[in-house]
Design a protein around this ligand. Structure first.
Ligand SMILES: [Zn+2]
Length: 408
C-alpha cells in the first residue's frame, strides 16, 4: 500500500499491518453463536471471550442482506450508498425496479479504495446477486461460490476456483454454499495473502434452523474451524452479520402473516395503494418473500394519515412511519422509499396478497428478518481493542473501523 490510511465516505481507515478478514455471516442472530459455544461446538470463538473483542452492534433497518452488506463495505448507511432493499418502486417508470445493479450504488466502497491505494483485495460471496455490488470498481479478486466454476482472470481476478478450494461448487440452497466461502478464504490467505478480504455467506441454514438445533450448531462448528484457520494464518478476523433472524410463527409453527395489500385493497380499493416488499428477490424458496418490513406507496384516494391508522390497527404491526420520519430514523434514501414504512413485530411477517406468496417451498416453520426485531448482531474480533470509546452505539458497518482503527 502506498498510504498510511484511506478516507472513504467521510471516515478514515488505517492501512492494515497484517491481513484483515471481515466476515459477514448472513442471518447471524447472536444466539446462534451463544448456543454453539454452549454446546462445545465453537471452541475458537469461545476463546475470543478472553483473547478478543465481543460487541453487539445494530444493523441497518430494513434488516435485509443487500442494504447491510453494502453498509459494511462502504462504512455508511443506505442514505449514503443508496441500496435500501432488493426492490423499489420507480414512480416515473411505473415499475418495480431491482436494485442489484451497481448503477444504483451511490458511494464507493472501502474495498475499492484500498485496492486503489495499492492494497491487494479479495471478495468472496455465497450468492452471485451480491458480487457485482461488492466488487464495484474494485481491482482485485471477486467471485461468488454460486458461480465459482465460471470465474475468469479477466472478470473475477482469478480462475480455477473449485480446484483451488478443493470442493465441488455447491447447490445455491445449501449450507455448503457458505462453507465454500470460508474454504476459499483460507486458501486465498494461504496462497495469495491479500491485505484485505471480505467474506459474505448466505442464510440458508438460519432460515431453516433455530439457534441451538443440530443443523445450526453444525454450521457454526464448521465456521469456527475455518475462523481458527484464518487466525492461525496470522489474519485479523472481524465477524459481524447483515441481520438477525427470528421464527415468524405461532406456537404451532404456523406463519403469522399480515397480507397488507389485501387489507388495503379491501379498505381503499384495488390500485389505491401499492405495497412493496424489498426482501423479494430471485431466491425466495426459503422465506417465500416474507419479511418484517414493507413500504407503501399511496395515491390521492388513500390519504396517509388514514392509511397509517388502518395499518397500525392490524395485529402484528410494530411501526407505521411516514417516509421522512422513517428515512431519518433508519438512515434511508427518501427517493427509494414509499410514502409509508411498515415494520412488523418479532413473530410476524408482512406479505402483499395471499395469492402472490408461494409457501410450498417452505419445508420448515418460517424464519425470517427485516424488522427492528432483527437489528442486533454480533461484532466480534480475534484481537483486543483496549481503547474502545465508552457508550458508543456500534453498527455492523463499523466493522472495518473496529478492525483497522481500534484492534491491537
Ligand atoms: Zn441476509
Amino acid at each position: 500500500m502506498n498510504a498510511d490510511s484511506i478516507t472513504v465516505n467521510g471516515r478514515s481507515y488505517r492501512a492494515p499491518t497484517r491481513p484483515l478478514v471481515v466476515v459477514c455471516v448472513d442471518g447471524c442472530e447472536p444466539e446462534y453463536i451463544n448456543q454453539a459455544i454452549g454446546s462445545g461446538r465453537a471452541p475458537f470463538i469461545a476463546a475470543l471471550r478472553e483473547k478478543g473483542t465481543c460487541l453487539t452492534a445494530d444493523c441497518v433497518v430494513p434488516s435485509f442482506t443487500n442494504p447491510n452488506n453494502l453498509s459494511i463495505v462502504t462504512g455508511a448507511p443506505p442514505s449514503v450508498h443508496g441500496i435500501c432493499g432488493n426492490y423499489f418502486w420507480d414512480r416515473d417508470a411505473g415499475a418495480e425496479v431491482m436494485m442489484n445493479d451497481p448503477k444504483y450504488l451511490r458511494a464507493g466502497t472501502i474495498l475499492a479504495a484500498f485496492a486503489s491505494a495499492g492494497a491487494s483485495v479479495a471478495v468472496v460471496t455465497a450468492k452471485d446477486k451480491l458480487r457485482a455490488l461488492l466488487g464495484h470498481r474494485m481491482a482485485g479478486i471477486c467471485f461468488s461460490s454460486e458461480r465459482a466454476a465460471e470465474a475468469t482472470v479477466a472478470a473475477n481476478g482469478i480462475a480455477g476456483v473449485p480446484a483451488m478450494v478443493g470442493m465441488p461448487v455447491p447447490s445455491v440452497y445449501s449450507a455448503e454454499l457458505s462453507e465454500f466461502v470460508f474454504a476459499a478464504g483460507v486458501k486465498l490467505l494461504e496462497q495469495k495473502r491479500p491485505d484485505v478480504m471480505y467474506l459474505s455467506t448466505t442464510d440458508y441454514v438460519q432460515h431453516k434452523a433455530a439457534p441451538g438445533v443440530g443443523a445450526a450448531n453444525d454450521f457454526y462448528a464448521m465456521m469456527d474451524r475455518y475462523l481458527g484457520e484464518l487466525d492461525a494464518l496470522g489474519a485479523t478476523v472481524v465477524l459481524t452479520a447483515d441481520h438477525g433472524m427470528n421464527a415468524k410463527t405461532d406456537a404451532f409453527g404456523r406463519p403469522n402473516i399480515v397480507f397488507l395489500q389485501d387489507a388495503l385493497d379491501r379498505a381503499y380499493g384495488a390500485g389505491a395503494t401499492r405495497v412493496i416488499l424489498p426482501i423479494t428477490d430471485p431466491y425466495v424458496v426459503h422465506h417465500g418473500a416474507l419479511g418484517s418490513f414493507a413500504t407503501v406507496y399511496l395515491s390521492s384516494s388513500a390519504p396517509a394519515r388514514d392509511v397509517s391508522e388502518k395499518i397500525a390497527g392490524l395485529p402484528g404491526i410494530e411501526l407505521v412511519l411516514p417516509r421522512a420520519v422513517a428515512c431519518a430514523r433508519f438512515e434511508l434514501p427518501e427517493d427509494r422509499v414509499g410514502d409509508l414504512v411498515v415494520v412488523s413485530e418479532r413473530l410476524t411477517v408482512i406479505g402483499t396478497s395471499a395469492g402472490r406468496h408461494d409457501l410450498s417451498g417452505l419445508d420448515a416453520p418460517l424464519r425470517s428478518h427485516g424488522g427492528v426485531s432483527e437489528q442486533r448482531v454480533p461484532l466480534i474480533a480475534n484481537r483486543k481493542a483496549p481503547e474502545l470509546p465508552a457508550g458508543r452505539r456500534w453498527r455492523n458497518f463499523d466493522a472495518f473501523e473496529l478492525a483497522l482503527n481500534y484492534l491491537q
